[in-house]
Design a protein around this ligand. Structure first.
Ligand code: SF4
Ligand code: SF4
Ligand code: SF4
Length: 461
């Protein structure tokens, strides 16, 4: 594998793939979710009254983004609109965006759009527009009413659940392609099966789980002993999910998914992990060796290294002064992406799950390492718990894929519990019961045992 450092030097980094999350309304939003990390970005622009992206910035973005993506090849060009809440701009803004996309669309290319929204403003007009133009809609929904409304409230502290469910019904019943983004927070993390079943019953077939965490203070300086459990909770805001809860959440939802939903319900994190265990590149930046390929664009054309690093020191430039592909391919952005690998702690470099984790998102690397160093991921324990739990099945699914079969065939194995049962009587040098053709000791025997029963009866659910 090429050293990314020298690779950057050999070929122009600007030819590397990149995506942009456009925030045409900046951080403005009609909700005031307790855990929102973006509302406070208004402070970056203290003199700004309107965060509406003007016509000149909009057209420059669309023109140059298309040109940059066109250079990379491929037949599809994907725009991602986000916020804040982008629907506050009104339909005419997006009608204009779609018209400009068409104006600058190269022959033979298809342009696609996705829109991340809290859903509260979606009505029949919006649905008609989204359907007509084939938008993929990401809807934020944190589970059943009490869990969703715990933190997703508006500026008058009113709940948003009913409005979001109305939007979900409109999207679903009008066959607008949509997925759900669920923030896993301190409370819904403790009811994993209730959250997952609720989403499925609501007709959701594509789910993104995003763990909520915000550090409030360092518990111990670098060089100190690793923090104890109670100390970890003191490091983060009260709504932040705790590592052990997030690990349990992933394991329990995985058990449900692996039993009956593989290939039917797309749980982003699990499907990405199946790919990684099968040897494919990471389809989610958290688990990639380097990052920096998904930038954030503010309303005035300022381009930042990542949606989670919209801060002055990570401002790459302004698209009105340089082509967006040039900024995305700049040395400073390359450095940002490479830092993820260069700052990887020693314990991660030696970790058996490094290929599937790569130390996680740098934003969350604020816990001391076991040897007293700095920069371990807050979710390390969660990831380790999940990998240990899911490894036999992830390996089995990877083996199925390599043999040209569907990963969904794992459900047959699980249903009859053939794998756990078979494991009991298999010698280390026998063929692996998952059918990989490898010796058991080189395959599923090289992983912790799955739980005896896949569906547990935890009272917390
Ligand atoms: S809907 Fe999104 S942007 Fe708006 S406050 Fe909630 S998390 Fe923040
Ligand atoms: S599981 Fe923990 S030690 Fe292993 S790579 Fe991930 S963060 Fe690092
Ligand atoms: S900093 Fe985190 S969210 Fe941003 S690109 Fe890197 S891994 Fe992804």
């Amino acid at each position: 594998m090429a050293d990314p450092g020298t690779d950057f030097g050999r070929k122009p980094f600007e030819a590397r793939p990149f995506q942009v999350m456009a925030k045409p309304n900046g951080p403005r939003c009609n909700l005031n979710c307790t855990y929102c990390y973006y509302l406070e970005k208004e402070a970056l622009y203290p003199a700004t009254k309107s965060f509406r992206m003007d016509e000149a910035v909009l057209e420059r973005f669309i023109r140059d983004y298309i040109a940059g993506q066109d250079r990379l090849g491929g037949s599809d060009i994907e725009f991602t609109w986000q916020g804040g809440e982008p629907t506050l701009l009104g339909l005419d803004f997006f009608r204009r965006a779609v018209a400009l996309e068409e104006k600058h669309r190269p022959a033979g290319k298809t342009i696609r759009n996705s829109l991340q929204t809290n859903g509260t403003l979606l009505d029949a007009d919006w649905i008609g527009f989204l359907k007509e133009h084939g938008f993929l809609v990401g809807l934020s929904l944190d589970g059943p009413q009490a869990l969703h409304d715990r933190y997703r409230i508006d500026r008058r502290e009113q709940p948003s659940f009913d409005r979001v469910m109305r939007a979900l019904a409109l999207l679903r019943d009008n066959q607008v392609e949509f997925n759900v983004l669920t923030v896993v927070h301190r409370h819904n993390a403790r009811q994993p099966r209730a959250v997952y079943r609720f989403l499925k019953e609501a007709g959701v077939t594509f789910i993104q789980f995003i763990p909520a965490v915000e550090r409030v203070r360092d518990v111990a300086p670098a060089g100190a002993a690793p923090p104890a459990r109670g100390e970890i909770a003191a490091m983060v805001t009260p709504w932040s999910v705790l590592p052990e809860d997030y690990g349990d959440f992933l394991c329990q939802v995985f058990d449900e998914w692996i039993s009956r939903d593989v290939g039917r319900t797309f749980v982003q994190l699990f499907d990405v992990q199946v790919g990684l265990w099968a040897g494919a590149p990471a389809q989610l930046c958290w688990f990639a060796e380097t990052c920096g390929q998904c930038l954030a664009l503010e309303h005035n054309g300022d381009l930042y290294a990542c949606d989670h690093y919209v801060d002055p020191e990570y401002r790459i430039g302004n698209i009105m002064h340089a082509p967006i592909a040039e900024l995305a391919g700049s040395a400073v952005q390359a450095r940002f992406g490479q830092d993820k690998l260069d700052t990887l702690p020693r314990c991660c470099r030696q970790c058996e799950y490094r290929f599937a984790c790569n130390g996680g998102c740098p934003k969350n690397r604020f816990v001391p390492t076991p040897d007293g160093g700095a920069g371990l991921n807050y979710f390390c324990a969660s990831h380790r718990q999940f990998f240990a739990h899911a490894a036999p099945y992830l390996k089995a699914m990877a083996a199925l894929i390599h043999r040209g079969r569907s990963a969904a065939d794992i459900m047959e194995v699980v249903r009859h519990q053939q794998l756990p049962a078979a494991r009991a009587g298999v010698g280390r040098n026998d063929p692996c019961p998952c059918g990989s053709g490898k010796k058991f000791k080189k395959c599923c025997g090289n992983a912790p045992s799955p739980r005896a029963a896949l569906v547990s009866n935890r009272s917390s659910d």
